[in-house]
Design a protein around this ligand. Structure first.
Ligand SMILES: [Zn+2]
Length: 140
């Protein structure tokens, strides 16, 4: 399990990769986990692929994969070339896609995937969610 979850991207001119870091007009709603462009990203959980989305309206090459865990959480993995399809059953460790190169859009940024967790229409701290995956306990 642990090897699936890399450290966060450090702070650079684009900001910090941590949850709720400032993004000027809003707060960062996920975490940025270091990942090599072109590497294969594996699912953190069992679930179903419920959406393949676009990260930016002005550049449809950047995608995200949404996996729903069956317990109300929608997990979004951003900057991924999808290797799955909507409605596909996935299991922890299955490959969801290949990490895309963000440097083309944000020059000098540490390459990463952005991971966010949605619940009841809002966001929760992905680190807390990851912690429950590690301990098997659901956060109160
Ligand atoms: Zn991010």
């Amino acid at each position: 399990m642990f090897e699936l979850i890399p450290p966060n991207r450090g702070t650079d001119k684009w900001g910090s990769g941590h949850y709720h870091a400032s993004r000027g007009t809003h707060l960062h709603n996920g975490v940025d986990k270091l990942a090599m462009a072109g590497s294969q990203l594996k699912s953190l959980t069992d679930g179903y692929v419920t959406k393949l989305g676009f990260a930016y309206a002005d550049d449809l090459s950047y995608r995200y994969v949404q996996v729903s865990d069956g317990q109300g959480h929608d997990l979004r993995y951003f900057y991924l070339d999808p290797k799955v399809e909507v409605d596909q059953r996935v299991y922890k460790g299955d490959i969801l896609g290949e990490v895309q190169n963000l440097g083309r859009r944000y020059a000098g940024i540490g390459n990463h995937f952005h991971f966010e967790v949605r619940l009841n229409g809002g966001f929760i701290d992905p680190e807390q969610y990851i912690l429950t995956l590690r301990t098997g306990r659901v956060a109160a």
